[in-house]
Write a protein that binds this ligand. Structure first.
Ligand code: AFP
Length: 297
């Protein structure tokens, strides 16, 4: 599976192209299996992950499946996930994959969308956003879709049991419609609250509690998604390595922008493997306005 200009882009080294094909073909293969395994795994375990969140049986199981399948590829030398403390050495492959096996898994309880995020880095983990060479997410919604960002292009596929079917290239609409921001309003900073008051004059609120599903609404309708730094938690909630940077890569390849409040997430480094960061993803104008609103210099 490849991006629009993948086979002809001279900047993509052929070995890496084959390796990325293997990663995304495997992700497309495994997606129906993960989707089919969700209904029976809504129960909470007694375990918490590295971020202190109670794990669901589905989180642990999806992580094991993805570790086995992606970590088993010759192209992959490191596997890390939100659900395990340390990076796993999986061989000599040049690629490192950082996975959020079930982003938004608390939506399992309410039967709302969730998905899998995969960031592909060409450096050992934890790695900066600049080391991303591709990323993707699978959305378990009314349809199962796979959205792949590589070679400067974001492409959406519908995943069916007999394989993925390309829907087309994803480009952020110029005329934005929706916004969604995480965190409790009283926990927002005054600068961020001021920005939101402006945004809500123009856009319509859409927030569902699964980052990738909310970002997919932004990709579809245009707008901005964010999980801000909070008064008591200036780094916000979302993990740099597993959520913020891979989804920022998707946005950039779709013609959008990302920010941690001051600069593109792709220009920042994680504070350790499980480090968190504020993140804002959307149309460039809205992200620029956000940075201006938070700029207190
Ligand atoms: P879960 O995977 O625990 O459901 O968390 C989802 C998430 O990391 C991200 O996908 C959402 O954008 C964010 O948390 C939602 O957080 P709030 O519940 O604070 O809105």
């Amino acid at each position: 599976m490849s991006g629009r200009d993948n086979d002809t882009d001279p900047s993509v080294e052929p070995g890496q192209r084959v390796s990325l094909d293997a990663v995304f073909d495997t992700l497309a293969d495994v997606a129906p299996e993960i989707r089919a395994g969700l209904p029976g795994r809504r129960v909470k375990t007694e375990e918490t992950n590295e971020s202190g969140e109670r794990q669901l049986a589905a989180d642990v199981w999806a992580d094991d499946v993805l570790e086995d399948r992606l970590g088993g590829l010759d192209a992959v030398g490191e596997y890390a996930s939100e659900e395990r403390a340390d990076v796993l050495d999986t061989g000599d492959g040049a690629l490192s994959v950082a996975v959020d096996p079930l982003d938004g898994s608390s939506n399992l309880q309410s039967n709302n969308p969730m998905g899998t995020i995969v960031g592909v880095y060409d450096e050992p983990l934890p790695a900066p956003g600049s080391a991303l060479v591709a990323s993707a997410f699978v959305l378990y919604g009314p349809l199962t879709t796979l959205t792949v960002a590589r070679d400067g292009t974001t492409t959406e596929y519908v995943v069916e049991d007999d394989g993925p079917r390309e829907v087309g290239t994803v480009s952020l609409p110029d005329d934005p419609t929706v916004y969604g921001f995480g965190g409790r309003v009283p926990d927002w900073t005054d600068d961020f609250t001021g920005y939101v008051r402006e945004v809500e004059q123009e856009l319509k609120l859409r927030y569902g509690g699964a980052m990738l599903a909310d970002v997919n609404q932004v990709l579809t309708y245009g707008g901005i998604f964010g999980y801000p730094g909070l008064r008591e938690n200036p780094e916000g909630k979302l993990r740099h390595q597993f959520e913020a940077a891979p989804m920022a890569y998707v946005l950039h390849c779709a013609g959008g922008a990302s920010s941690d409040g001051a600069q593109s997430v792709l220009d920042t480094e994680p504070d350790g493997l499980h480090g968190r960061t504020p993140v804002y993803l959307g149309n460039e104008r809205l992200v620029d306005d956000l940075e201006a609103a938070l700029d207190t210099r």
